[in-house]
Design a protein around this ligand. Sequence first.
Ligand SMILES: Cc1cc2nc3c(=O)[nH]c(=O)nc-3n(C[C@H](O)[C@H](O)[C@H](O)COP(=O)(O)OP(=O)(O)OC[C@H]3O[C@@H](n4cnc5c(N)ncnc54)[C@H](O)[C@@H]3O)c2cc1C
Length: 396
Amino acid sequence: MPIIVNQISFPLNATEQEVISTALKKLGSASKHAIDGEIHKSSLDARKRNDIHFVHSVFVTLDSADLEKKLCEKNTSLTYVERSVYKPVISTEKAEGKVVIAGFGPAGMFAGLALAEQGYRPIILERGSSMEKRTASVQKFWLTGELNTNCNVQFGEGGAGTFSDGKLTTRIKDPLCRYVLERFVDFGAPKEILTKAKPHIGTDNLRNIVTAIRKRIIELGGEVRFDTALTDLSIANGKVQTISAGDKNEKVSALILAIGHSARDTFELLQCKNIFLEPKPFSVGARIEHKQAAVDESLYGDHAGNPLLPKGEYQLSWRDKNGRGVYTFCMCPGGTVVPSASESGGTVTNGMSEFARDGENANAAVVVAVTPDDFGHCPLDGVTFARSIEQKAYTL
Ligand SMILES: Cc1cc2nc3c(=O)[nH]c(=O)nc-3n(C[C@H](O)[C@H](O)[C@H](O)COP(=O)(O)OP(=O)(O)OC[C@H]3O[C@@H](n4cnc5c(N)ncnc54)[C@H](O)[C@@H]3O)c2cc1C
C-alpha cells in the first residue's frame, strides 16, 4: 500500500524528480525502504501573484506496510491509503434470467464493465444511439434546431457528460474515485488525470474512451442494445420479474436503473409502478460567458499566458441571510456553451470543451439552490418546476 506525502511546494518549473526527492527526504531514515515514488496530485496556488507555485503530494511505497502505517500514525502530513482495487462481492446464488442495465452513461458503463469483468453477461439498454450516430444527431440539432428526443446531448452512448467539459471532479472522498480514474487511463485517457488536482479529460478523449469501454464489455460477452429504451417492467414479490424494451419482453434476474436525471418519462413509469421515489434539492440558473484571457489576467496578472500554468478557472459562492446558496458551477475554461435539451419546446444549456481548452471564451453556470420547499414535495414536482423554467426560456 502506498502512503501520500502531502504539502510539497515547488516553483512552476520544478521537475518530477525534484518533487519526488523532496518527498523522500521528508520521510527521513525510512526513505531507504522506499521502492516506488510518483506524483499523486498537483494543485496550483495562485493566491499571491508574486508567488504562484504548485503544491504537490507524492505517492511513496515502502517495502513494509507496518512501517508505512507507523509513519502515518506519527506524522500528520502523511496519509496511509488502501490500493484502489475494486472487488465486488459475487453471489453464489443461481438466478434465472439476465442482469439488465438501463442506461449507458457513467453509472451504466461502470456497472456493465464491473459485471462483465466478473463473468456476468449483462444486457445494457440505451435509448439513444451509438457514439457515431449520436454525434451526427447532436450536430444536426446544433445546426438546424431539429431535436431527436431519444438521441441528443443528454441521451445516447456515454450518457449526459459525453458532450461536456469532461471535468472529472467530485466532492466525495472515496477510494473508488481513484479506481475510476485508473480505469479511464486503461481505456486511453491521458495519464495526467491521475495527478492533476482538477483532472480534465475533454469531450474529444471521452468519446473514444466510452467506445473502448463498450467494446470491452462486448468482448467479455455483454450486450449493448442502442436505440432501445426500457419502456415497462413487472414486479412481483418485491422483485422485478420482466422488462419490456424495443419489441422484446424478457425475464430478468436483476435490473439496474442507471437512467440519469433527465429520463422524465421513465421516472413517470417508476411512479406508476409504485417504486419509491423522493424529491431532492437541486440548483437552477443560467450560463455566463466571457473572454478566457480576462480570467487568466485577473488570476495570474503578469504571468497570464505562461504555458506552465493551467487555463484560469474560478469558483464563486455566496449565501444569503437565510442560508440559500448562489454559486458558479461547472466552469469551462476555453469552452463553449451548448444547447443541451432532450425535450421539445424547452431550452437547456451546458458547457463543453476539448482537452486543449484552447477556445477563446470561458463559461460557467451561475446557479441558485432550490429545495422541495420551493417546488413541492411530491416526487416529480421538481421535474414540473424545471420544465416550466425550460419552457419559459424557450418562449423568450
Ligand atoms: C452537457 C453536459 C456537460 C456536463 N459536464 C460535466 C463535467 O464536465 N463534469 C461532470 O462531472 N459532470 C458533467 N455533467 C454531468 C454528468 O454528465 C452527469 O452527472 C452524469 O452523466 C450522470 O451519469 P449517469 O450515468 O447517472 O446518467 P447519464 O449520464 O444521464 O446517463 C443515463 C443514460 O440512460 C439513458 N436512459 C434514460 N432512460 C432510459 C431508458 N428508459 N431506457 C434506456 N436508457 C435510458 C440515457 O439515454 C442516458 O444515456 C455534464 C452534463 C451535461 C448534460
